[in-house]
Design a binder for this molecule. Structure first.
Ligand SMILES: [Fe+2]
Ligand SMILES: [Zn+2]
Length: 448
């Protein structure tokens, strides 16, 4: 609604780099992510209504859609899907990205080539196309070979697939309860295929259960370490705590927690979080709540683009100050809905009202943020978004803390829960290497 933004003054518009014209012209993202290829309708049997789920097909360009580079005299041309034509590949870029063992260290994969020793006027003395790629002789005497795949991807706009570990995304409502993503502990522990399936499901759905896990902290920790080392924070690393409120000797509460993401007080929030309920005695309650933040964001964007824009542009600060001598805050504020600046894709949901600090708006117009945030809160608290599940010993839930919000209902009695965080980059790195192989990931460094 326009009134949300009507109050924003000129200075604030400038600080957001919004030109003086109507903000509605700059609804963020400016265009649909290039990766959305098709829309699939999921029939929700429980409510008998069709829920539209954007099905993001972000797999790498298929071989058949890659266009073979062409050689014209001494110029090499790669296909650009932006201009829908072949474009010249700059010599400096081509020479800088030579893949030979003199230019890239065979073991460390680091660049050996001194980029700034390349003559700025370097030219190609000969370029010869063969069945696999292009053989190039350079004016500085060096020889290079470029695979067709490498050159075919070089000028495509959707070339962050491998780098970002993009996977098709299935957005969901609470009806995911009919068929939630699950893998088995033995498969995840004992085979790379099982591990890949687990991480692929987390990428696709934002969470996945691991069933058949021995109900011990040791097994749970080992399971998480299949992905990567566990992130240590000021609260510690892998945790295992008992909430025994009967004795009132714990800092942990039994109150209900609204859907939120964790560690908004870090510039780089935890990528994954795992919970394993090891036991719950002498009480009831404590159901776990999961909400697909990307689903809710897509719906908010459709229903109220200006509220969406505001939550995407206004930076919000956060803090963790409960421990003596500590007040952790990110180096800058971040919006609730953080987008990839390159392709406009929603990259991260940061939502934690408990840890929220300043909102980067002039005080006299800060009310507009509250209006947009209230819309978001109403959406993510609606029953159709809230997937409630009762965790049981043996079932670990692992979720993407950049996408899926979590919470829980109040409980009584004594619960023992263990779990931990994994860094986002470590998670994505493991997923990428499992999906495309070390070779595939390395080949795509300059263009993937
Ligand atoms: Fe949390
Ligand atoms: Zn080289």
């Amino acid at each position: 609604m326009a009134h949300l933004l009507r109050g924003l003054n000129q200075a604030y518009r400038r600080s957001l780099r919004i030109p003086g014209g109507p903000v509605s012209r700059h609804v963020y993202p400016a265009r649909a992510p290039a990766s959305i290829k098709s829309v699939r309708v999921i029939h929700d049997s429980s409510t008998n209504r069709a829920a539209v789920a954007a099905h993001v097909s972000a797999s790498p360009q298929q071989e058949s859609t890659l266009k073979t580079p062409i050689v014209e005299g001494s110029a090499i041309k790669a296909y650009s899907d932006t201009v829908n034509d072949f474009v010249g590949v700059p010599n400096i870029w081509l020479r800088d990205n030579c893949q030979c063992s003199a230019c890239v260290h065979e073991v460390t994969k680091q660049r050996l080539l001194d980029t700034f020793q390349i003559p700025r006027d370097i030219s190609i003395t000969s370029a010869v196309k063969d069945s696999q790629g292009v053989k190039v002789a350079w004016s500085d005497g060096h020889k290079s070979y470029y695979n067709d795949d490498f050159l075919a991807q070089a000028a495509l706009k959707n070339n962050g697939v491998i780098r970002q570990g993009l996977e098709k995304t299935t957005l969901w409502y609470s009806s995911i309860s009919d068929n939630p993503p699950i893998v088995q502990y033995d498969a995840a522990m004992n085979s790379n295929e099982g591990l890949k399936e687990w991480l692929s499901k987390i990428r696709e759905y934002g969470f996945c259960y691991v069933d058949g896990t021995p109900p011990t902290p040791e097994a749970t920790e080992q399971l998480l370490e299949r992905i990567s080392f566990i992130r240590v924070t000021h609260y510690g690393g892998f945790y295992d705590f008992t909430s025994d409120l009967a004795s009132k000797d714990t800092a942990y509460t039994n109150i209900a927690l609204d859907a939120h993401t964790d560690t908004t007080y870090f510039s780089d929030p935890a990528g994954l979080q795992a919970f394993h309920l090891l036991s719950h005695t002498a009480g009831a309650g404590g159901a776990s709540l999961l909400v697909d933040g990307f689903r809710a964001a897509a719906d908010l964007q459709a229903q109220d683009p200006q509220a969406y824009e505001l939550l995407s542009r206004v930076n919000v600060h956060a803090h963790a100050s409960g421990n003596a001598g500590i007040s952790i805050q990110p180096y800058r504020g971040f919006p609730v809905l953080l987008h990839d600046e390159r392709d406009g894709r929603l990259a991260q949901v940061r939502w934690n009202s408990s840890d929220r600090a300043g909102i980067e708006l002039p005080l006299e117009v800060v009310g507009s943020w509250y209006e947009a945030a209230a819309k978001w809160h109403a959406l993510v608290s609606a029953p159709e978004y809230e997937y409630w599940c009762q965790l049981t010993p043996g079932r670990v839930v692992v979720f993407d803390n950049w996408r899926v919000m979590h919470g829980r209902s109040a409980f009584t009695g004594k619960r023992r829960i263990c779990g931990g965080y994994v860094n986002r980059d470590d998670f994505i790195s493991k997923f990428k290497v499992l999906k495309w192989g070390q070779e595939g990931v390395l080949k795509a460094l300059a263009v993937g």
